[in-house]
Design a protein around this ligand. Structure first.
Ligand code: PMT
Length: 398
């Protein structure tokens, strides 16, 4: 599946004449549904104006490493985490050399070191510079470090030379980027997820709930589609759009979430409980709005059914993955939940940092031990978590 929908692309522009093609490239990314942020080197601003890129992407262009204004909003570490892909286009010979040496002397080179996202380069330079042994050796090192190298093309160059070194055309470049997301490692699998909060009614206008925004579940659902899966998302009340190609079932309470889950889970290969399900609900929900008479009032709460435990104890259970959001003893509590709920895998995250945030840090806990995943945007981390699941699937089921 080739899609850039909802992908966060950080477009890094360095100082070469091909920089003018980046206006068209940014437009193609946006047309394909991606969000684009632009980082330029100082030299790049000599070839294309930041204002042009800002107008095309509707986002401020970032240039300086030490930028007090950016640090208050989206500083360099946030940018590095926000990206699902960093594309350097055009990538000059000088910038490739600096990347090879791991330099961090401007914003763009620093981002490349800091990001957990894949990095791609579209080299563009004079044919002699391209053919030079130093450039070729640099490219080899970058390739070994999993940097994706797109191009260059051959042909007539701006300097009048003819040969290899032209940046590949924007259309081919955007297609090459889309291909990076066409993993397909969950092809043929049906993934069922719960996400968001539940609401437990006190009366017709009041409820008990929590701060879950649904962002983690929705990112997992979108990435599961990108990985080729059929995806059903059972969602509590959130204000997020349904990711493309996801079947969404809306519920409100924990008991509705359980019913919707049991209706569908027999068809699932993988069940992921991302929802922050209310553990308790009011014993009785008043039919009319409760009036304010006394200075205090008491609510009697009763336990809600445990949805994920119910699924994990089915005779023909799917591969069952839980989440744990903890404020303390993350690993200890995560391990307890893995065991107590009979889960195949558990993703532990810090409750104070994760609810309603765009970024997340997750530790994967299984019977074999635990492993921290590099923090990043929920979308980037979601892809890594799905890979963790996929690696373990054959041993578990179906
Ligand atoms: O929605 P966001 O703002 O993006 O935030 C994401 C998140 C913090 C909600 C998510 O990453 C997360 O951690 N979800 C689990 C929250 C939690 O603390 O769950 P828990 O410890 O109460 O439950 C552990 C597991 O049991 C979870 O998989 C939960 O879905 C499941 N559970 C819990 C209670 C219950 N009655 N039924 C369940 O299925």
């Amino acid at each position: 599946m080739l899609s850039l929908t909802n992908k966060h692309i950080l477009l890094g522009i360095t100082g070469g004449i091909a920089a003018y093609k980046c206006a068209e490239l940014a437009r193609l990314f946006i047309k394909a549904g991606a969000q684009v942020r632009v980082v330029m080197t100082r030299a790049a601003t000599e070839f294309v104006t930041p204002l042009t890129m800002q107008a095309l992407t509707s986002n401020r262009v970032h240039i300086d490493l030490l930028d007090a204004e950016a640090e208050a909003g989206m500083g360099h570490i946030e940018l590095a985490r926000w990206a699902d892909l960093i594309l350097i286009a055009p990538a000059t010979a000088d910038f490739l050399a600096r990347m090879t040496h791991g330099r961090a002397d401007d914003l763009l080179s620093t981002l490349i070191l800091a990001t957990p996202a894949p990095v791609a380069v579209a080299p563009a330079m004079n044919q002699g510079m391209w053919a030079d042994a130093a450039t070729q050796a640099n490219l080899q090192v970058l390739g070994q470090r999993q940097v994706h190298i797109f191009g260059p093309d051959s042909g007539e160059q701006a300097c009048g030379d003819v040969g290899a070194g032209r940046m590949i055309e924007p259309l081919a470049l955007s297609a090459a980027c889309a291909e990076l997301f066409a993993t397909g490692f969950l092809a043929g699998k049906h993934v069922v997820l719960t996400g968001g909060p539940t609401r437990e009614a006190i009366d017709p206008v009041r409820f008990l709930s929590n701060h879950s925004s649904g962002k983690m579940a929705y990112a997992l659902a979108a990435e599961a589609v990108a990985a080729g899966a059929r995806v059903t998302l059972i969602s509590g009340p959130v204000s997020l759009p349904t990711p493309k190609d996801v079947t969404r079932i809306d519920v409100v309470s924990a008991r509705q979430m359980l019913d919707a889950t049991l209706d569908i889970v027999g068809e699932a290969d993988i069940f992921i409980g991302v929802a922050a399900v209310a553990d308790y609900r009011p014993e009785d929900s008043a039919i009319e709005k409760i009036k304010k008479h006394a200075d205090t009032m008491q609510l009697t709460l009763v336990k809600n059914p445990d949805i994920i435990s119910t699924v994990a104890n089915l005779a023909d259970k799917p591969f069952v993955v839980g989440f744990a959001a903890e404020t303390e003893k993350l690993i200890e509590h995560g391990k307890e939940k893995l065991q107590k709920k009979n889960l195949d895998l558990l993703f532990a995250n810090n409750a104070t940092d994760t609810f309603n945030s765009d970024a997340v840090a997750v530790t994967v806990i299984s019977a074999d031990g635990e492993q921290a995943i590099k923090p990043g945007s929920k979308q980037t981390v979601a892809r890594l978590l799905l890979q963790e699941i996929a690696q373990r699937l054959p041993a578990a089921k179906k």
